[in-house]
Design a protein around this ligand. Sequence first.
Ligand code: CA
Length: 237
Amino acid sequence: MESAISHILIVEDEPVTRMKLAGYFEQAGYRVSEAENGVEMRKILTRSEADLLLLDINLPGEDGLILTREVRSQSDEVGIILVTGRTDEIDRIIGLEMGADDYVTKPFNQRELLARVKNLLRRTQAVREARRSDARFRFADWTFDIPRRRLMSPDDERVELTRAEYELLAALVRHPGQVMSRDRLLDNVTHRSWEPNDRTIDVLVRRLRQKIEPDPKKPEFISTAHGEGYVFTAEVS
Ligand code: CA
């Protein structure tokens, strides 16, 4: 369901690796741009929006972590995959905390890399499309303005949500009364934790309940469908 050809930007200082990566993605039908460093990356991004960045962690000068933080602060819609070496574990975790969506480790398995890229593009695009088409929802005395990412409490106070909490709540509110499986909910959360597993959604639901439920122990809005997932049980208008 990718409507246009996605644009992938590769930021990598090693020419051989960069060309190899570019070759994979061109062959798979993507539009590919190449940058050697952060300066070139910015030049390309001012000319043309990227759908996904493949960012090498070990770049001379500004490294991939600094660039991740910078790119993420400007857009939460672009997908970011960090390219890491075997020994970069700490950096990898920091990178994910700074807003990268995923990482791949050198040497690459071409098939796996393509699958991850495709998967991330699908998720970011789904979120983007949903965001554009949605407006404001009300449930109980709450107001949730999806495009503006604003959740207002019955006392008219703004409740801060993390990106993952926001995306999860948006997915639930858009499908009131429907049981949403954990897999389906996970598809709507672009910023996965570095160990996406069955518990990711449960943890996010718990946090959301603490923020919105009058009594988080007896949830009225987000109910558990045992063995299946979660369902948004408040009336939405
Ligand atoms: Ca490098």
